[in-house]
Write a protein that binds this ligand. Structure first.
Ligand SMILES: Nc1ncnc2c1ncn2[C@@H]1O[C@H](COP(=O)(O)OP(=O)(O)O)[C@@H](O)[C@H]1O
Ligand SMILES: [Mg+2]
Length: 215
């Protein structure tokens, strides 16, 4: 499975989601490769921290840039069971290139109007990519949503999504939790973090199922 975690905005949780899914996939015994296409290299740093701490299983990671990406990903897909691509937060060559080879793209957004506007462009990008990649599935994940029960921003954001023809809403919402930041710092998935934040574990496990369940 080739999964892309992408979007045109920074700070929405793309690297957090990519690294968690990669570690969980490796823990499930799969041969997984994380591809970092963001020049900031945060997924790559996460892997370095993981290696520095000798955490097993190792997560293989490569950095790839440029429009040759589809060919490289297709070659790598012969050697790995799963590929997770962490795309940078802008309308980059890499984002467009990855959309051509991905089977699924997940687009994390923060539940604010500003992020919704960027979805217009993602909807169009997905539409264009479908000309080359007709089976592409695109889902939006509401990410870094407030844990405050009185804040209904996720529901409101979900309703606005019905305007976009090429984008569905993922059934899980990822909330803003300290556990994600702690895990990221140490090169871990939240499922590996001690003490455990069960709510973070539950939501990441639901997302994992949604991403990989048909395998
Ligand atoms: N669900 C979350 N809860 C708490 N902090 C988060 C969450 N997702 C991301 N963060 C933090 O927000 C910042 C940006 O997240 P990151 O995953 O790097 O976003 P992106 O890759 O989209 O730029 C990081 O400091 C990260 O630790
Ligand atoms: Mg990132």
């Amino acid at each position: 499975m080739i999964v892309l975690i992408g979007g045109e905005k920074g700070g929405t949780g793309k690297t957090t989601i990519s690294t968690n899914l990669a570690a969980m996939r490796a823990l499930a015994g799969r041969d997984v490769l994380l591809i970092d296409t963001d020049p900031q290299g945060s997924a790559n740093y996460w892997v370095q921290s993981r290696d520095d701490e000798n955490i097993t299983p190792r997560v293989a990671c490569v950095q790839k840039f440029g429009k040759g990406l589809p060919k490289e990903v297709q070659d790598l897909a012969k050697r790995y069971q799963d590929i997770i691509i962490d795309a940078g937060g802008r309308d980059s060559v890499e984002l467009r290139a990855a959309l051509v080879v991905a089977e699924k793209v997940f687009i994390p957004i923060q539940p604010s109007q500003f992020d919704i506007w960027t979805l217009n462009q993602m909807d169009e990008l997905v539409e264009t990519s479908k000309a080359f990649n007709p089976d592409l599935q695109a889902k939006v994940i509401i990410s870094r949503s407030s844990t405050n029960p009185s804040v209904h921003e996720s529901e409101d954001t979900g309703k606005l999504l019905s305007d976009f023809l090429n984008l569905d809403l993922a059934s899980v919402t990822i909330r803003d939790r300290i556990a994600y930041r702690k895990a990221a710092k140490d090169g871990l998935a939240v499922t590996e973090l001690k003490p455990k934040d069960q709510k973070a574990v539950d939501e990441m496990e639901s997302l994992y199922k949604e991403v990989f369940d048909d395998e």
